[in-house]
Design a protein around this ligand. Structure first.
Ligand code: GLN
Length: 451
């Protein structure tokens, strides 16, 4: 049924870069056979899922939304892919994304943009717009994204779906193509809080193939999602996340959510995190710096695309020509920014300062969590904007992640879930919940209560 749905609507939405029809049907048949033979089935047996094209899949193309990996067939599965298969999930295919997860609208994909199912002329968010659009258009009940600065939560917000960035280190990054290794985190996307929890539990947990993976039990997210309640909890509203640039209808729905939380028995207080106003600036030094280092591996020799390989060019020229042809404008911009920020003489002024701001942000969170159980804010300042509107204005695009970036810099856990439609445009608004590191279950306790 889901493959038929994809066939019927994906021509318009363009959520998938690759539909693995044969693979999906083979996995589904395997589940049927296991069931018939009375074998033990995995926890998500037979449930279809859309996988962001940043996770390697053995034998199935993985492009990361870039021309530089066009034609590359990974010889191995990411840990997340492996765990999905072990849970008997049916992987329908790979979803569209901003090239190397750099963007907030999926317009930076080398394979063309994805439309927001609520209004196809608008963006579905990014970088994981394909995954959230697949959920919102009912092409898949579950999806997976990655969140470096908001790429799970912001697409969830603008498509009226649920997205969770687990605590950094909660989900293995092995086989997840690296953008900014100290920020990147894979996580679940779904249409309900409980669905997200069921997927979270399957994909999370220690992995010795990822040195930053946390060696501790997975937080009890499913139990929390089944027992949603906010009675007796202290909830902090981040004071810095309102004001200029925030759409009136977004704030209206957010304020109503605050009232609902109070009615349900939570104590809501205002909390100030002054360093959050510097988060965007710090992120746009740290993320490009790490990207400039990570993307050095795409040298035209190891993977995918190779240009200028006609015998008339040196190896260095082949690398340069391949990178020139294979990387899009935003990726090049970030590589240049990062290379500059890391260069001798500038390192302390840019990268060093950004790391200091990162520490201040972490301290703001620590202080806040001494007083409250979770923090809340709008997920994004505005609803989905029209495709093309911010494409030529990187600064305007970067503002989409104003409220999501602090959690990546501090490494804690955060969720976006729908909290109604903005009255002025009828488009979905997201409520963000932030929990301390390794307290991911609190997101689900609160999320399930207000869903
Ligand atoms: N929009 C942010 C960026 O462009 C975040 C992307 C992400 O989380 N992958 O870097």
């Amino acid at each position: 049924a889901h493959l038929a749905r994809i066939e019927a609507v994906d021509e318009k939405v363009h959520a998938f870069l690759h539909v693995d029809r044969e693979g999906a049907l083979a996995q589904a048949r395997k589940v049927d056979e296991k069931r018939a033979a009375g074998e033990k089935l995995g926890p998500l047996a037979g449930v279809p899922l859309a996988l962001k094209d940043i996770f390697t899949t053995e034998g199935v193309p993985t492009t990361v939304g870039s021309k530089i990996l066009e034609g590359w067939i990974p010889p191995y599965d990411a840990t997340v892919t492996k765990r999905l298969k072990a849970a008997d999930v049916v992987i329908l295919g790979k979803t569209n994304m901003d090239e190397f997860a750099m963007g907030s609208s999926t317009e930076n994909s080398a394979y063309g943009p994805t439309g927001n199912p609520w209004d196809l002329t608008r963006i579905p968010g990014g970088s994981g717009g394909g995954s959230s659009a697949a959920l919102a258009s009912h092409m898949a009940p579950l999806a997976i994204g990655t969140d470096t600065g908001g790429s799970i939560r912001q697409p969830a917000a603008v498509t009226g779906t649920v997205g969770v960035k687990p605590t950094y280190g909660g989900v293995s990054r092995y086989g997840m193509v690296a953008f900014s290794s100290s920020l990147d985190q894979g996580g679940p996307c779904a249409r309900t809080v409980l669905d997200a929890a069921l997927l979270h539990e399957v994909m999370a947990g220690h992995d010795e193939l990822d040195s930053t993976s946390i060696d501790a039990p997975v937080p009890p997210v499913v139990e929390a999602a089944r027992n949603g309640s906010v009675a007796g909890l202290r909830i902090g509203v981040v004071k810095e996340f309102r004001g200029e640039g925030y759409q009136a209808g977004v704030m209206q729905r957010f304020d109503e959510s605050v009232e609902l939380l109070k009615e349900l028995g939570a104590e809501v207080v205002e909390v100030s995190c002054p360093s959050f106003t510097k988060a965007l600036a710090a992120y746009y030094l740290i993320a490009p710096s790490e990207c400039s280092s990570n993307l050095a591996r795409f040298d035209g020799l190891r993977y995918g695309l190779r240009t200028g390989d006609d015998g008339s060019h040196s190896a260095e020229e082949v690398t340069s020509l391949t990178r020139e042809a294979g990387f899009g404008p935003e990726v090049k911009r970030r590589i240049m920014l990062g290379t500059y920020a890391l260069s001798s003489g500038y390192y302390d002024a840019y990268y060093g300062s950004a790391q200091k701001v990162r520490t201040l942000i972490t301290k703001d969170f620590e202080k806040a969590f001494e007083d409250v159980d979770v923090l809340i804010s709008p997920t994004t300042p505005t609803t989905a904007f029209p495709i093309g509107e911010r494409a030529d204005d990187p600064m305007a695009m970067y503002l989409a992640d104003l409220c999501t970036i602090p959690s990546n810099l501090a490494g804690n856990a955060a969720m976006s879930l729908p909290c109604g439609l903005a009255p002025e445009d009828g488009l979905p608004v997201g409520l963000q919940i932030i929990a301390p590191a390794m307290k991911d279950e609190r997101l689900y306790t609160v999320g399930a209560a207000v869903e």
